[in-house]
Each structure stands twice: as structure tokens, then as C-alpha cells.
Design a protein around this ligand. Structure first.
Ligand code: UD1
Length: 424
């Protein structure tokens, strides 16, 4: 088990290359199940979640080759249809094999993912979507068991009690590509990763319109072919480096990112006082300042402020000039990092789904523990802005979603080291 040792107080300076988007690659890998042809993906980050998804695809009859950001997926057999618990429990996005397996192999047995440290994560919208497309779906012995003689298009409303769902939208969109007739997905998620998946599917021969809006229309086709596709860059990784730059009063340039995917976060960062310049369509300049203004932010589906940047924003707000409020509307229990930040001297109170953050002068380094991916990233930012040497335990959470984090931070001048950890 590894930890990240961080010496706080170093100003980050220089350029950082943003990797491909984890949340695009994962569903696109699942979408490769819709074709027997080869699929070639570029700009694929080398991450733990991607390795887990690779092992799932291999279980499902694919051969996967991966080197230097290029992934080649080939078909050995298209018979397996089970996503077992030992893989699904590691990465919830594996539920995204449900739609492709049903559409292409006519049946699927996918472990029920259960809750996780950021709160309950139901899958009712996935199941509802498959049923509307005509599949029979049961939950048996902890597995979603689904089968069909052939899916048919339908009207699927993705609105659940917590709003729309990203991966459920993706699941239904993938399933609908091979259904007979037209599927309309209402209240569809509009995230750039949904658009990226749609663009990939279109390159494979799917007929999709409206992606990027809240109504997606899919006309089913008989067959999809393989293709070569470059995935978009990771807006959450980009936002994380912007906030790390802000926390350390640094001056950094992000390369290979898409500023258009960060419009709302950039609005918030500017409101706080950060100087952010869009250099061109793939680069952003960030200049941090001494003291930030407090803000009130609510996390909501795209294009609003992403829940996946909530913890990292909170880290910077711990040292802002006054009282900030972050209201979490996507995953209401996603505040485990706040208690760890308080151990570093922050003043955060949680009231229902809101965090009230009273700015303090200083954070003090100590040993803190990640309990989820983005919370871990938030704690690294807190450690970068704290006085003294501290460490983040359970770095494996962060490794799920940040490629070469210690290399990228070191290149920017941070004093960080990955070390073996006795403590778990
Ligand atoms: C995706 C992202 C994740 C991000 C999240 C919200 C991937 C692989 N992961 O996760 O990084 O934090 O979007 O932006 O893309 N819900 C239901 N029923 C369902 C499904 C979801 O009620 O069947 C609820 C969830 O509990 C949550 C909300 O809908 O409150 C949004 O979750 P969802 O968009 O599904 O998250 P994921 O797609 O799992």
C-alpha cells in the first residue's frame, strides 16, 4: 500500500499535460462490446480504473493491448455475459457493460454494485432503461440478470430523485444503438463524456442525435463496426490542477485540456479571485493570489459545478477570506474529506447536504486518509497548502483517477514522494 508524502508551502510553477478522460474511456471500453471488430483508442490514461475495466473486458471475451496511451481491443469470443462481483465492486462504472451485453449478446448478468464511501449509489435508472427497451430484468442473488430476444426502441426518462444519471444515460444510449426502431432519452445527462461516447458510437456506425442536450435520439442499426477514436481530455483532472495552482499561489499552464468543458468551474475560480486566462482551445493559464474570496457553490449535473471537483474546491476555500458554503446535490454524503481537513486546522461544519467552510489563516500538515478518489485529491491540495510535512494514506483511491500524480506535481515544483506505507 502506498502513501503520498507532501511538503506543503511550495508554489507550483510550469506546465502540466492533462491526460485523457477516465470517465470517457471507461464507457467507451464497454461500448467495444457492441462490435466484434477491432477498436483502437488514443489518449487513454494509465490508471487503476482502466486496468480493472480491462480485466472485465478480458473476462467478457476481449483481448486488450495497451501501451503509451493507445489501447487496442479485439474480440476472441462474444459468448461470456457475466460481470462478476469481484470486479464490479472495484469499479462501479462496470455497470456500463449491461446495455452493450444485452444489445449484442442478448443477455447479461452483472453484479449489483452496492453502496460506496460517497453514499448510496442506486442503479434503478439503468434497470428501468433496459426494461423500457424490452428486456426482462430481475435481481437475483446480488446480480442484475437481464435477457431479451432483441431490444426495441422506446421513450426513456432519465430523471431520478437525484436528477439525471451519467452512466445510466450512457447505458441506455449504448443499448439503443442496436435496438430496432427509435429510442428517445429524455432528461439525458449532458456531460462531455456522454457526448464523447456518442461520437465514438457514431464513428462505429450508430445513428445518434441530440447528444450534449437533454434529449438524445438514437435510431437503431443492425450492426456496429470498429473504429479508431481519440478520447477527450479529463476536465476533472484539469480542474484539480487549476485548484492546486490556486492553493499554492502558483502560476501554471495546463496543456491538452478543453476550456469549454470547464466554463462553470472557471467562473467560480474567477469569482474567488484567481486569474485564469484561456490561452487557446487546449491551454489554460492559472495565476494564484494570496487570499481568495469565499463563494457559495452547489454541485449539479453538467454544465453546472461538478461534484467531482467539490473536495478540491473545499480545500482551497478552507483558507479563503470568509465563510463559504458548498451544497452537494449529486452525492449528498460526499463529505468524508471535510473531517480530515478539520484535522489539519480547517473549520468546516456539515449541515445536511451543505458544508459551511469558515476560512482560516493556516492549515497544518498531518497524516490524513483518503476514503474516495476525489476526496483524496482534495486532501492532496490541502496538504500542498499546509505548513510542514504531511502524508496522505490510501493513495490507491487517487491512483484510480489521476495518472502519474506525483510525477506531474513534482514537475510543477511540489515536494511530493510516493512511499510504501505500513499504515493502511
Ligand atoms: C458519473 C461519474 C462520476 C460522477 C458522477 C456525477 C463515471 C464513470 N462516473 O457517475 O465520476 O461523480 O457521474 O457527475 O462517469 N442515481 C440514481 N439511480 C441510478 C443512477 C444514479 O438515483 O440508477 C443517482 C445517484 O445516486 C446520484 C445521481 O443519480 O445521486 C447521479 O449519479 P450518476 O450520474 O449516475 O453517477 P455515475 O454515472 O455513477
Amino acid at each position: 500500500m502506498y502513501k503520498l508524502v507532501v511538503e506543503g508551502g511550495c508554489r507550483l510553477f510550469g506546465e502540466v499535460e492533462i491526460s485523457g478522460a477516465k470517465n470517457s474511456v471507461l464507457p467507451i471500453m464497454c461500448a467495444s462490446l457492441l462490435t466484434d471488430d477491432d477498436v483502437v483508442l488514443y489518449n487513454v490514461p494509465d490508471l487503476e480504473d482502466i486496468r480493472v475495466m480491462r480485466s472485465l473486458l478480458e473476462r467478457l471475451g476481449k483481448e486488450v493491448f495497451f501501451s503509451n496511451g493507445t489501447m487496442v481491443i479485439k474480440t476472441k469470443t462474444d459468448e461470456p455475459y457475466e460481470a462478476p462481483y469481484e470486479i464490479v465492486k472495484k469499479i462501479r462504472a462496470s455497470i456500463a457493460v449491461l446495455g452493450p451485453l444485452l444489445a449484442k449478446r442478448k443477455r447479461a448478468r452483472v453484479s449489483f454494485p452496492g453502496g460506496c464511501s460517497i453514499g448510496p449509489r442506486p442503479v434503478d435508472l439503468h434497470i428501468k432503461g433496459m426494461r423500457i427497451l424490452g428486456a426482462s430484468v430481475k435481481v437475483e442473488h446480488g446480480y442484475i440478470v437481464a435477457e431479451t430476444d432483441g431490444l426495441t426502441g422506446g421513450l426513456v426518462n432519465m430523471l431520478g430523485i437525484n436528477g439525471t444519471s451519467v452512466v445510466a444515460t450512457e447505458n441506455v444510449m449504448m443499448a439503443a444503438t442496436l435496438a430496432s426502431g427509435t429510442t428517445v432519452i429524455d432528461n439525458a445527462a449532458m456531460e462531455p463524456e456522454v457526448v464523447d461516447l456518442a461520437n465514438f458510437l457514431i464513428k462505429c456506425g450508430a445513428k445518434i442525435k441530440g447528444h450534449g442536450t437533454n434529449t438524445i435520439i438514437v435510431d437503431g442499426v443492425k450492426k456496429l463496426k470498429g473504429c479508431e477514436y481519440t478520447v477527450i481530455s479529463d476536465r476533472i483532472e484539469a480542474g484539480t490542477y487549476i485548484l492546486a495552482g490556486m492553493m499554492t499561489k502558483g502560476e501554471i499552464i495546463l496543456k491538452n485540456c478543453n476550456p469549454m468543458h470547464l466554463v462553470e468551474p472557471i467562473n467560480v475560480f474567477r469569482q474567488m479571485g484567481a486569474i485564469i486566462e484561456i490561452i487557446n482551445s487546449s491551454s489554460i493559464l492559472v495565476k494564484g493570489i494570496e487570499k481568495y474570496e469565499p463563494v457559495n457553490v452547489t454541485t449539479l449535473p453538467y454544465p453546472l459545478f461538478p461534484t467531482d471537483l467539490q473536495a478540491q474546491l473545499m480545500a482551497v476555500l478552507t483558507k479563503a477570506r470568509g465563510i463559504s458554503i458548498i451544497t452537494e446535490k449529486v452525492f449528498q454524503n460526499r463529505f468524508a474529506h471535510a473531517a480530515e481537513m478539520n484535522r489539519m486546522g480547517a473549520d468546516i461544519t456539515i449541515e445536511n447536504s451543505s458544508a459551511i467552510i469558515r476560512g482560516v489563516e493556516k492549515l497544518y500538515s498531518t497524516t490524513v486518509m483518503a476514503s474516495d478518489l476525489r476526496g483524496g485529491a482534495g486532501l492532496i491540495i490541502a496538504l500542498l497548502g499546509a505548513e510542514g510535512k504531511g502524508e496522505l494514506l490510501r493513495l490507491y483511491h487517487v491512483d484510480r483517477g489521476y495518472e502519474k500524480i506525483e510525477e506531474k506535481l513534482s514537475k510543477l515544483g511540489a515536494k511530493v514522494n510516493r512511499e510504501k506505507s505500513e499504515l493502511i
